[in-house]
Design a binder for this molecule. Structure first.
Ligand code: ADE
Ligand code: ZN
Ligand code: ZN
Length: 265
């Protein structure tokens, strides 16, 4: 009797913590990107998105793909969140790799979802599923560790101490640095959402391959600086990397707006 209660408690605790380990940008990171995207939609795209999402904002729709990881019916979506590169690739090598890519990964699925959402005859159910997934994945691939090594699950297996707590490199970039700012997602957006038309045009012109190349270039340097078992100097790490985090959040949001404007504009 006692052991069965204990087992249930342990299982409950395990279930609570399991998904957290492998989440994408944390809830705030995703919402920040989503809210930024919303601010750059054309009126036509905004209306089309609203027709699909209803009263769910892009910011709030951004986390659906992580929340449904708790439902085994959606296990097939697991590999859509990232694309692994085991070493840094030149831009040409990356292009060649992606051209031949037929795996289930963030790259092929961004292509799939974009094409599907252009189809006016798509069922209502699929429109909602595909839009929520596209929003989430475009955001995800701007988190550098979503283009990291397969061998350590994009940094999830690089265990480090963070403020004297056990964490991992992936989680630091998904959530820890963002959460340490102690801002709501709307406050965060107010703080970082400053762009010029010229800057947005450059970011939105980049191909998905270029987004992945940029993320992979960033992650490659990050892998060199932090190793499994390190005790991270938290304040120094945030000071050094926050500008990169913020630029990736901003690029993710601006590019998501570009993709949605292109699909629905
Ligand atoms: N989350 C879980 N597995 C992952 C991987 N291989 N790369 C990036 N993120 C992940
Ligand atoms: Zn994700
Ligand atoms: Zn992640």
């Amino acid at each position: 009797m006692k052991t069965s209660i204990l087992k249930k408690i342990l299982l409950g605790v395990a279930i609570l913590y399991l998904p957290i380990q492998t989440m994408a940008w944390g809830t705030n990171g995703h919402r920040i990107c989503g809210q930024i995207a919303d601010s750059y939609l054309t009126p036509k795209a905004r209306a089309a998105v609203k027709a699909i999402l209803g009263d769910e904002s892009i910011a709030m729709a951004s986390n659906w793909a992580d929340f449904i990881k708790s439902d085994p019916n959606f296990n097939y979506l697991y590999n859509w969140h990232f694309i692994n590169f085991d070493k840094s690739l030149s831009q040409a090598d990356m292009q060649a790799y992606l051209k031949a890519d037929t795996a289930t990964d963030a790259y092929t699925k961004i292509g799939f979802l974009t094409a599907q959402l252009k189809n006016k005859n798509l069922s209502k159910t699929n429109k909602l599923l595909y839009l929520r997934m596209l929003i989430h994945i475009v955001e995800d691939v701007h988190q550098p560790f979503h283009t990291g090594h397969l061998s350590d699950k994009g940094g999830n297996d690089v265990k480090v101490m963070w403020y004297d707590k056990e964490s991992n490199l992936h989680s630091i970039w998904d959530s820890q640095m963002i959460d340490a700012q102690q801002l709501s997602y709307t406050e965060y957006v107010l703080a970082i959402n400053h762009t010029t038309l010229a800057q947005r045009a450059i970011w939105q012109k980049a191909t998905v391959g270029q987004w992945l190349f940029e993320s992979n270039q960033i992650v490659d340097k990050l892998y060199l600086e932090t190793k499994n078992g390190d005790k991270v100097n938290t304040y120094k790490y945030i000071f050094k990397n926050l500008a990169t985090v913020n630029e990736q959040l901003l690029k993710g949001g601006v590019r998501l707006a570009g993709v949605l404007n292109q699909i629905f504009g």
